[in-house]
Design a protein around this ligand. Structure first.
Ligand code: HEM
Length: 509
């Protein structure tokens, strides 16, 4: 080989090395991003994450140990700033809340379902979001409306208990998650559309809902939008699913619209309208005109109502399943809860919502469930409203800011024996007594987020969980199956659920 060839080879190798070092670096540099794991040129950390074959949260959990409270991951075209430190989370979401209250752009698959980000959860921080959120809070979550709609919960829970009694009479074995999902979904459908629909229809909505959630979890085109044309099959499947979703929900909207337009004439709709005009969430959306926009079209109404059903079903059912797991595994906790319920409502009941709110031990069980098994380990993706700074680093407005919070409730410096399920920690003198679930006074646990984007329905979600637990434990003793004791292994399906759904034997009390 000639000397010149060798020289060219050496220079190329040096050049390649420099190029690789420059483009594989994540964070730092002139952009002043938080540091992060070196990635590959162009795709950043994306293929490393895919090849790792573990769920993203395990990767983030390891990276947190190495890079500390704030770091960058370059996922294809998307820059993710992961914030994990409790003080930084408080600073970003509470102290400087408005600055970090926006949402990043939707990927191409999510855009199919969000009708151009026309939903409370996906709207950017601005007039549309403000108008939608204010409307939701005043029309659906205000205490008077919650009380007015108490009959919906009673109707759905009576059906739920009836179904449990049937199963008890058959073989006594109950699969918790499936029944709770259906019940919570039926409550939310009725709150949204004011009508009682058949069980078959509820199951259809619930099935589509699950498919939508799985389809909209981030996939390759979300990280590499330039390559969207290569993912034609995924996009077609997403559009077909959207069509199915519209077919499921649009008839509910049309029937309600006829009922409202007719001034409440029952024969105007082919469905049984159980809520008076004004009491269903969709009623408030029919005439809403956010600043600078006209009325919502049918597709937008589908998105706006389905987000409520999506947001409230799995989060709630997951929490009930985890709580019952611990009640099944720890009969002493279940006995204490049963005694509290009987002390307040007697052996025969019935149980009212006001009574449930007085059950202190039940409240402690619900909080301990949120602590030990937060339904989501990340908040929804946030974004800064403009380029800003956090912990001395630059946070660009086009980055996704991800708050990883699950470790907070596993931190032995904050929680004694964090792996143990001990509701007593939320009673007087416990390490969780007086904890602020909204995170305003400091972040010890935040199952619902914190600041501007905190879950607007967290009290409603908690009420649903408490009611389900109180009624199920009041009527039945829950015990493990002798040949298949519950397995607490977790898996990820939108929320963090039990890998093997909880099955238990129920014995009428
Ligand atoms: C136990 C039950 C629930 C849990 C654990 C939960 C948790 C959460 C979390 C973690 C967020 C994201 C906060 C953030 O991005 O910073 C959120 C947002 C949201 N949740 Fe919930 N949630 C529950 C129940 C519900 C229910 C029952 C509804 C509706 C009836 C609901 C409606 C929403 C909405 C609309 C948002 C978006 C808020 C926004 O972007 O401004 N959630 N929830």
């Amino acid at each position: 080989m000639a000397l010149l060839d060798i020289l060219v080879l050496i220079i190329s190798a040096v050049f390649l090395r420099q190029w690789w070092r420059r483009w594989s670096k994540t964070g730092g540099g002139a952009n002043n991003l938080p540091p992060g794991p070196p990635g590959w040129p162009i795709v950043g950390n994306l293929f490393q994450v895919i090849l790792d074959r573990r769920h993203f949260i395990y990767i983030v959990r390891d990276l947190r140990k190495k890079y500390g409270p704030i770091f960058t991951m370059q996922m294809g075209q998307r820059t993710l700033i992961i914030v994990t430190g409790d003080e930084l989370i408080h600073e970003a979401l509470v102290q400087r809340g408005p600055l970090f209250a926006s949402r990043p752009p939707d990927g191409p698959v999510r855009l199919v379902f969000s009708a151009g980000k026309c939903a409370i959860n996906s709207a950017e921080y601005g007039p549309l979001w403000r108008s939608l959120r204010r409307n939701f809070v005043t029309e659906m979550i205000n205490p008077t409306r919650v009380r007015q709609c108490g009959w919906i919960r009673k109707w759905a829970l009576d059906n739920h208990m009836e179904s449990l009694r049937r199963q008890a009479a058959e073989d006594g074995v109950v699969e918790v998650m499936a029944g709770c999902r259906k019940t919570v979904c039926s409550i939310l459908i009725c709150l949204c559309f004011g009508s009682k629909i058949t069980e078959e229809w509820i199951v259809r909505i619930e099935t589509v809902l699950k498919e939508v959630m799985m389809t909209t979890t981030p996939k390759l085109p979300d990280f590499l939008p330039v390559m969207t044309p290569l993912f034609g099959r995924q996009m077609t499947a997403a559009r077909e699913l959207r069509k199915k979703q519209i077919e499921c929900l649009a008839p509910l909207i049309r029937n309600r619209r006829s009922f409202v337009d007719s001034g409440g004439n029952p024969s105007s709709s082919c469905l049984e309208m159980a809520s008076p005009i004004g009491a269903a969430y969709v009623d408030s959306l029919l005439d809403l005109r956010p600043p600078g926009r006209g009325k919502f079209n049918e597709e937008e109404l589908v998105t706006l109502t389905s987000e409520i059903i999506n947001a409230g079903t799995d989060t709630t059912a997951t929490a009930v399943e985890w709580a019952l797991l611990h009640l099944v595994l720890n009969q002493d906790i279940q006995r204490k809860l049963y005694e509290e319920i009987v002390a307040i409502v007697g052996k025969e009941g019935p149980i009212t919502e006001e009574q449930v709110e007085k059950m202190v031990y039940l409240g402690a069980i619900v909080k301990e469930t949120f602590r030990r098994h937060p339904p989501s380990h990340f908040m929804l993706s946030h974004a800064a409203v403009k380029d800003t700074e956090l912990a001395g680093y630059t946070i660009p407005a086009d980055a996704s800011v991800e708050f990883y919070t699950a470790w907070l409730t596993q931190d032995p410096d904050t929680w004694k024996d964090p792996d143990e399920f001990k509701p007593e920690r939320f009673l007087e003198d416990g390490d969780g007594f007086d904890v602020d679930l909204t995170g305003n006074r400091g972040i010890k646990m935040m199952p619902f987020g914190a600041g501007r984007r905190i879950c607007p329905a967290w009290t409603l979600g908690t009420l649903h969980i408490s009611l389900l637990l109180a009624r199920m434990v009041h009527a039945f003793k829950w015990v493990p199956l002798s040949d298949a004791p519950p397995d607490p292994t977790e898996t990820f399906a939108f929320t963090v659920v039990m890998k093997k759904p909880l099955k238990a034997v129920i014995l009428p009390r």
